[in-house]
Design a protein. Structure first.
Length: 131
């Protein structure tokens, strides 16, 4: 049966891009994107911070020691060969260190507010996405 075992799902439409979010019941949502104009699907993403019509930002969490060596990845939603950038930040050792994430209107930067270091200091940073 389609959808059995799924706790929740949602679909948000932005222009011709559909965001299919499937909640796993653990606080983790798996996102997959569909481009209706191109009839293509993206890979699956977890720990998504934000997206635009072209880019997605997410936290890459290693399987070993998941609270260590996390990084923010910004890539093209459908083809990471078009754009892919990693940013290593000093995240606090908490499950969800990012408080807010938003792409600039022109897509040239990502504004990130997150908890940093052992003292969980709220830090804002603008990540440059220009090549």
């Amino acid at each position: 049966e389609i959808g059995s075992g799924l706790v929740g799902s949602e679909m948000c439409i932005r222009d011709s891009i559909i965001d299919i979010g499937i909640g796993m019941g653990t606080g983790i949502t798996i996102h997959k994107y569909y481009n209706a104009n191109e009839n293509t699907f993206s890979e699956e993403f977890t720990n998504v911070l934000t997206n635009s019509d072209k880019l997605i930002a997410y936290i890459d969490v290693p399987k070993e020691n998941p609270l260590e060596n996390r990084k923010v990845v910004v890539q093209n939603i459908f083809d990471k060969s078009l754009f892919y950038e990693e940013f290593k930040l000093d995240f606090s050792n908490v499950d969800t260190p990012v408080i807010e994430a938003e792409f600039s209107k022109d897509g040239a930067s990502l504004l990130l507010t997150y908890l940093s270091g052992e003292k969980q200091t709220q830090t804002s940073e603008i990540l440059d996405l220009t090549v």
